[in-house]
Design a protein around this ligand. Sequence first.
Ligand code: 5GP
Length: 189
Amino acid sequence: MKLLREKVMNEGIVLSNQVLKVDSFLNHQMDPVLMREVGAEFARLYQGEKITKVLTIESSGIAPAIMTALELDVPMIFARKNKSLTLRDDILVEKVYSFTKQETNEITVSKKFLSNEDRVLIIDDFLANGEAAFGLARVVEQAGASVVGIGIVIEKSFQPGAKLLQEAGYRLDSLVRIASLENGTVTFA
Ligand code: 5GP
């Protein structure tokens, strides 16, 4: 995706060899034109796959996920990170280690929004070690639903997540792939 690559190149701030900051278009201020293109691209990739739900994790996955769901004409669900007051019987819970916060969170999705007939497309903003994507996939599988694929806006290919997800048999579609953040520079794969 040309526009996304340009945004990453021109506005991405390399915080370390491991972390890219993109708060001007994805993680704080959000670019709606870019998000619309991202949604259209994921929808194009999964056209014909009979997706019934798009699933992401709050908060930065919500914008790309809602635009994808809009294009696919299906509902979008975001897993919550906060402790829910709902009865535990009503929710699907998984533990996810957060790359950015370096702590383990429980993520929850209400059982009423995922059934064993759902065909789910998981969307997230970044892929690093794959913790968030695997956690979301476990939530889908707990509900007896199918993970049709995982769509990532920015994959850091030098971290293990992409390989691990593919080895686990998941279809993975990343819109841009970063090979390295060394020397303060973004190098695309
Ligand atoms: P993973 O779970 O794959 O280890 O990391 C993905 C999650 O951590 C994403 O949901 C994203 O919010 C966050 N994350 C991972 N790497 C980066 C990064 O380089 N920059 C930003 N802004 N977030 C990241």
